[in-house]
Design a protein around this ligand. Structure first.
Ligand code: KG4
Ligand code: ZN
Length: 334
């Protein structure tokens, strides 16, 4: 079965052709990073306009690269939430149009679920129950996926998402946007144990929620203090210490969730999961007997292949969506 996946929830216009949920024939991602860079974040109006410009060429390129035509496609899967409304509408409307014109099965995909499905390409036999951790620019969700493939939200961020914290700290440190890759790169030159940054603390000791505003503010005060004194900023050490503290905050919650639900598998996905330091930190610090799964590097940040993979599994279960499906910017998981 050939599924055309379409993703336009934020600032990446992407289309992919996925064969039987396990082979990516093409995965075209047109990123708007260069456009949003100067604003240090995604400007919704600009994002949707750029999606309109790019969506058809990107779909065409995905077909060309896969060496197929629209007649060969067996189903269309498209992100319908969460994300920016104007951006979501572009992909969703085009997907509906093609599905209607070609009389093709059509399914709306939850972007968060798609991030988790990116792991199935290398691990098709990854069977629930497992804990899922989605860490991206817009989300920090800790989920329990039961045997029945039901999603239960165990915790989420009360302020910034992890990726957002990376982006904001990078700005404080005078690095580039997006902050995640910039921090990861410069942190290689620094000592992660040189500067002590605060872990998040909640009154409720059982909570599985996250908070990243404290660590971001701590970095800000640290930098401002040094600047006032005319001292140089140890950017490398700060980046490395920030990355380590974030990894510590995340693993603490994952271990709590593992113990709570008694599972031995964890899937970590989303843009931040491409961070190599975080990956090796989890591998080193995970409790005995726990297996951790990450998506392949190229499928961590937003892409349409993960949407196509997720769509394939839904189609296989006989699921489809009506063409009346609306975009849902605040769609939840669990
Ligand atoms: O999953 P994604 O592409 O978009 C959302 O769904 O939000 O994630 C983008 C986020 C950005 O905040 C970016 O800074 C972060 O993922 N990111 C990283 C890395 N690569 C991307 N964070 C840490 N380390 C990385 N290597
Ligand atoms: Zn995403």
């Amino acid at each position: 079965m050939l599924v055309l996946g379409i993703e336009t929830s934020c600032d990446e216009t992407s289309a992919a052709i996925v064969e039987d949920g396990g082979k990516i024939l093409s995965n075209i991602v047109s990123s708007q990073i260069e456009i949003h860079k100067k604003f240090w974040g995604v400007v919704p109006e600009i994002a949707s306009r750029k999606h309109i410009e790019m969506i058809i060429p990107v779909i065409q390129e995905s077909l060309n690269k896969a060496k197929i035509s629209l007649e060969d496609v067996d189903g269309i899967a498209v992100t319908f939430g969460p994300g920016l409304l104007g951006s979501l509408l572009v992909g969703l409307t085009v997907a509906k149009g093609i599905a209607y014109a070609r009389r093709l099965p059509f399914i709306g995909i939850n972007h968060l679920e798609a991030h988790l499905y990116a792991c199935f390409i290398e691990h098709p036999h990854l069977i629930p129950p497992f804990i899922g951790l989605i860490i991206s620019g817009g989300h920090t969700e800790l989920i329990y996926i039961s045997k029945e493939r039901k999603y239960e939200l165990l915790g989420s961020t009360r302020d910034d998402a992890v990726g957002e914290a990376f982006d904001k700290v990078a700005r404080i440190l005078g690095l580039e946007y997006p902050g995640g890759p910039a921090i990861e790169k410069i942190a290689k030159e620094g000592n992660p144990y040189s500067i002590s940054l605060p872990l998040s603390h909640f009154k409720d000791k059982k909570t599985l929620d996250f908070s990243f505003s404290g660590i971001k503010t701590a970095v800000l005060y640290y930098v401002e203090n040094l600047r006032k004194k005319g001292n140089t900023i140890p950017v490398e050490d700060l980046a490395a210490s920030f990355q380590l503290t974030i990894s510590e905050i995340l693993i603490k919650r994952v271990i709590q969730a593992i113990n709570l639900r008694g599972v031995n598998k964890v899937v970590i996905a989303g843009g931040v999961s491409s961070n190599q330091f975080l990956r090796s930190f989890f591998e080193k610090k995970k409790p005995k007997g726990i297996e951790i799964f990450f998506p392949p590097q190229g499928l961590c940040t937003d892409n349409a292949a993960m949407v196509g993979i997720c769509g394939y599994y839904k189609f296989k279960e006989g699921k489809t969506s009506p063409l009346s499906l609306d975009a849902n910017p605040s769609l939840k998981i669990g």
